[in-house]
Design a protein around this ligand. Structure first.
Ligand SMILES: Cc1cn([C@H]2C[C@H](O)[C@@H](COP(=O)(O)OP(=O)(O)O[C@H]3O[C@H](C)C(=O)[C@H](O)[C@H]3O)O2)c(=O)[nH]c1=O
Length: 181
């Protein structure tokens, strides 16, 4: 497993070793020891999620408030997305900064998004299957949303050949300056 620390140091891009042969490929999509060595994080994952979205769908920016903040280990098994993590931890040296990563079925890359950060992604391919593990359970009462197009965050979302599609919840997201952190 190759790991690349991002400009928000707790966010880590992971590249698993992929074994290809005439049949196709094999790789360990999750190995707790390899994850701990790559991130320095010892945690348990309690939920696996799978969403499928069409081109132009943008899900996010979502987070859960303490004590139900979720760490997320995210990957794409079909298609391609631009994945974004935003540091919304008050007092963090990188507060208000974001990192983005291209996650695709071909690069097998995964992003570790620690608890306390907001997360979202934009689908670049015709369709994308997005899988992720979380370190705490879904808790709607603790879930919050920040607008994907917040001018203060100024996330450089890539251009996509489709209109941006948001859920009603995401359309009603708060501006970062007014967010419940
Ligand atoms: C997240 C979640 C949702 N749901 C139900 C609630 C709704 O009835 C339905 C769709 O939920 P939502 O529109 O919130 O799904 P996403 O927009 O993909 O939300 C996710 O999007 C971004 C990328 C994130 O980082 C979060 O993991 C998560 O908020 O699934 C559940 O039953 N369990 C869950 O863990």
């Amino acid at each position: 497993m190759h790991s690349i620390r991002q400009s928000i140091p707790d966010v880590v891009l992971l590249e698993p070793k992929v074994f290809g042969d005439s049949r196709g490929f094999f790789y360990e999509s999750f190995n707790q020891q390899a994850f701990r060595e790559a991130t320095g994080v010892q945690c348990d994952f309690v939920q696996d999620n799978h969403s499928r979205s069409s081109q132009g769908v943008l899900r996010g920016l979502h987070y859960q408030l303490p004590p139900r903040a979720q760490g997320k280990l995210v990957r794409v098994v079909r298609g391609a997305v631009f994945d974004v993590a935003v540091d919304i931890r008050k007092g963090s040296p990188t507060f208000g900064q974001w990192v983005g990563a291209l996650l695709t079925e071909d690069n097998h890359r995964q992003l570790w998004v620690p608890p306390g950060l907001a997360h979202g992604f934009l689908v670049l391919s015709e369709s994308a299957d997005f899988l992720y593990k979380t370190t705490d359970y879904y808790s709607p009462e603790h879930e919050r949303c920040i607008r994907w197009d917040d001018p203060e965050l100024a996330i450089a979302w890539p251009a996509v050949d489709a209109a941006i599609q948001l859920s009603a919840k995401d359309q009603a997201g708060r501006w970062f300056a007014e967010a419940d952190l």
